[in-house]
Design a binder for this molecule. Structure first.
Ligand code: DGJ
Length: 540
């Protein structure tokens, strides 16, 4: 090899090394791509097949050794794990990362990722996870107060020392991750948990009263005014930029909007301190208001959709807002978050209906992640009367779709639907690739009784006239979408398939009674399956 060639090769090798280092240094980030939500990890979209742990499942090192392998066996690729301030800083100023480090190490061994939940000043409104030395010193770390002056188990957003030390602890956590988590096992961080004042619409301490009766910050009024045409109906109905104090500017919503501003400012400051150390994506989760609930019955001041634009005006270090959905109107809440410009990530969802709602979240809302709460309570594979948990079946199927899924989400080639026996409409229809897919819950023949109370599907267009359908419990009719053309549509073939290497193996061809004589995709009423459906259309 001559000298010139050797130099070239050395230069090329250094360039390659530089590129690798640059890539390794690239932090995860969240983006919206063609209407799809993406979490970019190592330069490409990463789909979180997530699960949040029960509140008492991650407080000890040893728990990682059983919980994470269990989750991995359920095809969960990302665990949402609490990090409690009281555990991290048992004595003021001295930090203990042992529990966290072990969880990160076990996750890495299991080839799993983590999202950390910073249980700092607040968790579900209350301040249980603040260190004992914070909770014991009501003078230095003041509490929010009830209307009769009683201090609550809730740290006040006016506590300057509390904010200072929450910031310091969170910054220590993020600095520690920057130094120790070179492989980026931790992808994102949730700052605090379901914040808001519980018990009343607003803090009634003397300091809160003073601020409440003073002028609303001009910067907030201006920020909302500049978005006047885009304000949510709830905010627009109350907003009066001509007013001066909170009551005048926000009318009947003043208590809650005031608390929203307080929590947004405080949490943004905590997030800023963390981001200065290590700028992972940071988001806030929310307890959603139930119909007819008053602020204070649900945490008053959280970033739920009604007044979320106050957070957006104030909290520039928060990347997005994410709903914890336990209420039945899953699709409604997802859409309200999308309408505000949030990428779709569901950090907590009700476990029992999660397998169905997941297919809506990934397929229709084109989300980058979904995470049922209390995932570690699911039985091990095959331990529930020989069955694998349905959630595991969903994640297993999505894993088989692999890179096809994020690519199809970004090209707007996925759809999804979820139906329950109590759904307001018995049939739902989605349009994809020139066809209308109408799903209804599976029924027996000839009695026509429901075979299941729940059904859902994710449809992915893989090629013209070819679709992968993941789901269970639905019977699906297909016709041509009249907005595309007036041709006549039909089913060419339905196969139940499974991934084998780069290709697919056909497990079963569904014909005759299993396809209603070629007229319907009839899914298994209870098990999640992957179907490859080929359609045709011809001129009338
Ligand atoms: C929402 C909270 O964020 C979770 O930590 C948990 O408490 C669930 N509610 C309810 O079990």
């Amino acid at each position: 090899m001559n000298r010139l060639m050797t130099r070239w090769l050395t230069a090329l090798a250094s360039l390659a090394m530089l590129a690798t280092t640059a890539q390794a240094a690239e932090l995860p980030r969240v983006r919206l791509e063609g209407g799809a939500s993406q979490l970019i990890v190592d330069g490409k979209p990463f789909l979180i097949l997530g699960g949040e742990l029960g509140n008492s499942s991650a407080g000890a090192e040893a728990q990682a050794d059983t919980v994470l392998p269990h989750l991995a066996s359920l095809h969960v690729n990302t665990a949402l794990v609490p990090v409690a301030w009281d555990q991290l800083e048992p004595q003021e100023g001295s930090y203990d990362f042992r529990v966290l480090d072990h969880w990160v190490e076990v996750a890495r061994r299991q080839n799993m990722r983590l999202v950390l939940l910073w249980f700092g000043s607040w968790k579900n409104g209350f301040s249980e996870y603040a260190p004992g030395w914070v909770k014991a010193d009501g003078a230095r770390f003041p509490r929010a107060r009830a209307v009769d002056g009683t201090p609550l188990e809730i740290l006040s957003t006016f506590g300057e020392e509390t904010l200072k030390l929450d910031r310091r602890a969170f910054a220590a956590l993020m600095a520690h991750l920057r130094q120790t988590d070179k492989q980026q096992t931790v992808l994102m961080v949730q700052v605090e948990n379901e914040v808001g004042l519980v018990g009343d619409g607003r803090d009634r301490s003397a300091e809160a009263d003073r601020a409440f009766n003073s002028a609303v910050p001009a910067s907030l009024v201006q920020a909302l005014q500049s978005k006047r045409g885009e304000l949510t109906p709830e905010l627009a109905a109350h907003f009066n930029p001509q007013g001066r104090n909170w009551k005048e500017v926000f009318g009947d919503a003043a208590d809650e909007v005031f608390m929203t501003w307080r929590y947004a400012s405080y949490i943004d400051s905590v997030a800023q301190a963390g981001k200065e150390q290590y700028a992972l994506p940071m988001y806030l989760n929310v307890q959603l208001p139930a119909p007819l609930e008053r602020a204070g019955e649900y945490p008053s001041g959280g970033p739920h959709p009604y007044y979320q634009q106050v957070y957006r005006a104030v909290a520039s270090h928060i990347d997005f807002y994410a709903p914890d959905i336990y209420w039945p109107e899953f699709e409604y809440w997802v859409q309200r978050y999308q309408a505000l410009g949030n990428p779709v990530f569901i950090p907590e969802a009700r476990l029992q209906v999660a397998p169905y709602n997941a297919l809506y979240a990934y397929g229709q809302a084109r989300g980058f992640g979904f995470s049922p709460f209390d995932i570690d309570s699911l039985p091990a594979p095959g331990k529930d009367g020989g069955q694998d948990p349905l959630m595991m079946q969903v994640y297993g199927a999505l894993k088989q779709l692999g890179d096809m899924l994020p690519a199809a989400q970004a090209d707007n080639r996925t759809r999804g639907m979820v139906l329950h026996a109590k759904s307001p409409r018995a049939t739902q229809t989605v349009s994809l690739g020139g066809y209308l897919f109408s799903g209804t819950l599976a029924r027996s023949w000839p009695e026509k009784t429901l075979l299941t109370d729940d059904g859902a599907m994710l449809v992915l267009e893989s090629a013209p006239d070819e679709f992968f359908v993941v789901g269970s419990g639905l019977h699906v009719n297909v016709r041509r979408d009249p907005d595309t053309d007036a041709r006549v549509a039909g089913i060419s073939s339905i196969e139940e398939v499974t991934r084998s290497g780069a290709g697919w193996t056909v497990l079963q061809r569904l014909n005759g009674d299993q396809s209603n004589q070629g007229r319907q995709l009839m899914m298994d009423p209870r098990q999640i399956r992957i179907y490859r459906v080929r359609l045709h259309a011809f001129a009338r």
